[in-house]
Design a binder for this molecule. Structure first.
Ligand code: COD
Ligand code: ATP
Length: 197
């Protein structure tokens, strides 16, 4: 069974592309969701996050106070590295457990914003990068969430550049408003299926 990593800059359409693969029957692990899940279920991690970023990192009902943490880590490189060092190992373990429970499929997909930055692409056989122009990504993210342009730019500045990601990726999917998305996914799906034979 192959493991394919899928990444892309903020708002590029990683999740949208992943949903198309899911429709084709490909199991998808959403690393960013898994990271958020371990942050509210892993006791050691919860204690670490509170110690590092304060008790207000969590609401009274145990939910993660994402705005509070984001305000700290996306404004301070060292704090972000500290958070990553706590969350990423727990997320890798969750992925391994998830993969081990899957049988009889030619390949699985791991969708991760930080596939390259976290080195998790090294645990995958191939990688895909979803690309879209900055202005379009900005428009999509601002329509979907309430992030400002400055917030999007700040997060991007903490990640590898688009050029660096593209150089590391084995395959690229263009998700702009010109090229059709689904045929590109179908083509890659066929390729991955044929790799298994
Ligand atoms: C800081 C948190 C609480 C902010 O939550 P929020 O809902 O505002 O953002 P969300 O998680 O949906 O991420 C939106 C985008 O921000 C960027 N981003 C998120 N985490 C990081 C990070 N650690 N480094 C750089 N960029 C990041 C990505 O482009 C991502 O697609 C959250 O992102 C988090 O817990 N991050 C640490 C875990 C992590 O590394 N997750 C992402 C990859 S596994
Ligand atoms: N080809 C497209 N046409 C129209 N809307 C799109 C397209 N691709 C993505 N979108 C929309 O743009 C927004 C961002 O897409 P998506 O959530 O898939 O990106 P993402 O890369 O997973 O984002 P993030 O990095 O923030 O997790 C979503 O609201 C999505 O519905």
């Amino acid at each position: 069974m192959f493991k394919i990593g899928l990444t892309g800059n903020i708002g590029s359409g990683k999740t949208t592309v992943s949903k198309v693969f899911e429709l084709l029957g490909v199991p998808v692990f959403y690393a960013d969701d898994a990271a958020k899940k371990v942050m509210v279920t892993d006791r050691e991690l919860i204690a670490g996050v509170k110690a590092a970023f304060g008790d207000s990192s969590y609401f009274e009902d145990g939910a993660l106070n994402r705005k509070h943490i984001a305000a700290i880590v996306f404004n301070d490189k060292e704090q972000l590295a500290r958070l990553n060092a706590m969350v990423h190992p727990a997320t890798f373990r969750a992925f391994d457990e998830w993969v081990n429970a899957i049988k009889d499929v030619p390949y699985v997909l791991k969708e991760a914003a930080l596939l390259f930055e976290s080195d998790s692409y090294k645990m995958c056989d191939y990688s895909i990068m979803v690309q879209a122009p900055f202005q379009l990504r900005l428009k999509r993210v601002m329509e979907r969430d309430s992030l400002s342009r400055a917030e999007v730019e700040s997060r991007e500045s903490k990640q590898f550049s688009e050029e660096k990601k593209a150089a590391l990726a084995d395959y690229i999917i263009i998700n702009d408003d010109v090229q059709l998305l689904i045929p590109q996914v179908l083509e890659l799906h066929q390729k991955f299926l044929s790799l298994g034979h």
